[in-house]
Ligand binder design. Structure first.
Ligand SMILES: Nc1nc2c(c(=O)[nH]1)N[C@H]1C(S)=C(S)[C@@H](COP(=O)(O)O)O[C@H]1N2
Ligand SMILES: [Mo]
Length: 502
């Protein structure tokens, strides 16, 4: 074998090593993980090195011991990768064994950590997969071909391409991860003039066990968005522009926004994609600034009927001006259940509009409000076949018993939630196996903008049963039994569960 292919094999192995490191780092940042596999190995090296050695090391390199170790581990991986590449000349398997050995060391380091979870192995697994695939691909490209020129070009293209991609992905991932960490820190340090809200007395009926809590904690709140990587928006750089068909444009910084009068309210939001009986709904205590006040200051011009919203990641939706200027609490929300908005739920500022599905109103990571006309624009979901307007449809669901449950026969506690935001729930009825409807007891609610807990008891003989529920809202409308699909503007139909009594 000539020396050129040898050099190529070493390079192929080195680039493979680097690419695996980059891939594992990106996955760590995507998962918002604490440390990359390389960092974990570096940490364990520090922990296992005798104290005096670490101290004398630090006296030489100062407090940069960790970055230096991380760089050292990365260089070691690249060098061992080069060795692996060379070894493939003897036998392909030998090269792979070197990478497997490195993976084993990383695995051992990860498992020795007190905060170890199986999920924390995903970055390593992806890195190992990249190693396994690329080693064969790049060493394949490194082996000589009939014309030396062609083979060199092929190899340089393959190895160079992968190396550039690894650096871009690695550096890019680092920047994204840093942005997210910085934003989490800003968020933690914020002190907002908001309260946590107290669940009104009687909102929860107290029985049966197993109902969804009336207030949904932030960590359990459903999440729907198109963002692959959650936008990291720092409140310090955040600005909202209100423009379009207005008399005066308004630009607001975060500090200016939170210095304004705060309005706080219980509002239930839900997704148009929520199927009958589904989970894409939640109720929270929101704090923010009334959009009606801002639009009055801006001066909405005659003829405008829509406000087009744009998020930092370019998502758009349109809301009727009317819903933002009537007496309901349409908010530029900054807090959810007393905490600054969680990053996943739109930090630093999102919209909350009682009575409308999220896809036409609840813009997260909001940066732009344009007062306009529905006739003059389309938005993310309307471009994909969903309706321009999305008022919430009156719905109800059974939460207890769960579908497929078995319960002791006799008197059985049943319950769930019903909602018709901004209209209000008047009555909820349930029935067993198609018998007569029975009226449920309702939890007390502070207004028309939240869901309502319902409960009751029903006498259940042994055997298989079906329990159905339907709600009547304060406009007098009783839920239709006719099933409609979620597309284009929300599902309809009665929710029912099947269960057995023994
Ligand atoms: N920027 C942005 N905002 C968005 C979305 C999105 O994809 N991107 N999805 C909307 C939809 S469809 C819903 S139902 C709600 C969900 O809000 P949540 O994730 O806080 O529950 O956010 C809305 N706001
Ligand atoms: Mo949604």
């Amino acid at each position: 074998m000539t020396s050129a292919p040898r050099l190529r094999l070493a390079l192929a192995g080195a680039v493979t090593g680097l690419a695996g490191v980059a891939a594992s780092q990106v996955v760590t940042h995507l998962l918002n993980g604490r440390a990359t596999p390389v960092e974990v190995v570096a940490e364990v090296v520090i922990a296992k090195t005798p104290g005096p050695v670490v101290e004398s090391l630090i006296s030489v390199v100062g407090r940069n011991d960790k970055p230096i170790l991380v760089a050292g581990v990365t260089i070691a991986i690249v060098l061992l990768g080069a060795v692996a590449g060379l070894l493939t000349a003897r036998r392909n398997l030998y090269g792979h064994l070197v990478f497997w050995a490195m993976a084993a060391v990383s695995l051992a380091a990860a498992m020795s950590r007190p905060d170890f979870t199986p999920l924390s192995l995903l970055p390593l697994a992806v890195g190992v997969l990249v190693w396994a695939v690329l080693l064969d691909y790049l060493t394949g490209a490194a082996t000589p071909h009939p014309t030396v020129e062609a083979s060199r070009r092929k190899f340089l293209l393959a190895a160079g391409g992968v190396a550039v991609a690894a650096v871009v992905v690695g550096v890019g991932g680092r920047v994204v991860g840093q942005g997210r960490r910085a934003v989490e820190t800003s968020r933690r340090l914020l002190r907002l003039p908001v309260t946590a809200g107290t669940v009104p007395a009687g909102a929860e009926t107290g029985a049966p066990k197993g109902l969804t809590p009336w207030r949904v904690p932030n960590d359990d709140f459903y999440r729907i968005d198109t963002a692959l990587v959650v936008p990291a928006v720092d409140p310090d750089g955040w600005k909202l522009r209100i423009h379009g068909l207005v008399d005066r444009e308004i630009e607001l910084t975060y500090a200016q926004l939170v210095a304004r009068q705060m309005t706080q309210d219980w509002v239930t939001i839900c997704c148009v994609s929520n199927p009958v009986g589904g989970e894409l709904i939640g109720n929270a205590w929101w704090s923010g600034v009334r959009i009606a006040d801002l639009l009055r200051e801006a001066g909405v011009q005659p003829g405008a009927d829509a406000v087009k919203q744009t998020s930092q990641d370019g998502w758009t939706c349109g809301t009727p001006v009317e819903a933002l200027t009537d007496d309901r609490n349409a908010l530029l929300a900054v807090a959810m259940n007393g905490e600054p908005l969680p990053v996943e739920h739109g930090f630093p500022v999102r919209m909350i509009v009682p009575g409308l599905y999220g896809y036409v109103s609840a813009t997260k990571w909001l940066v732009d409000l344009e007062v306009t006309r529905f006739a003059d624009f389309t938005a993310y979901w309307t471009d994909r076949g969903w309706s321009e307007k999305g008022p919430v449809k009156t719905e109800s669901r059974v939460e207890v018993p769960r579908d497929g449950a078995s319960v002791p026969s006799g008197s059985v506690g049943v319950g769930g939630h019903a909602w018709a935001q901004h209209t209000g729930i008047e009555k909820v009825e349930f029935r067993l196996d198609g018998s007569a409807w029975q009226e449920a007891e309702l939890g007390r609610v502070p207004g028309n903008d939240t869901w309502v807990q319902w409960s009751g008891t029903v006498d259940v003989p042994q055997g298989q049963h079906t329990l159905a529920v339907r709600a009547t809202d304060r406009s007098g409308y009783t839920q239709t039994a006719a099933r409609a699909d979620v597309v284009p503007n929300g599902a309809t139909g009665w929710h029912s569960v099947k269960f057995s009594a023994g």
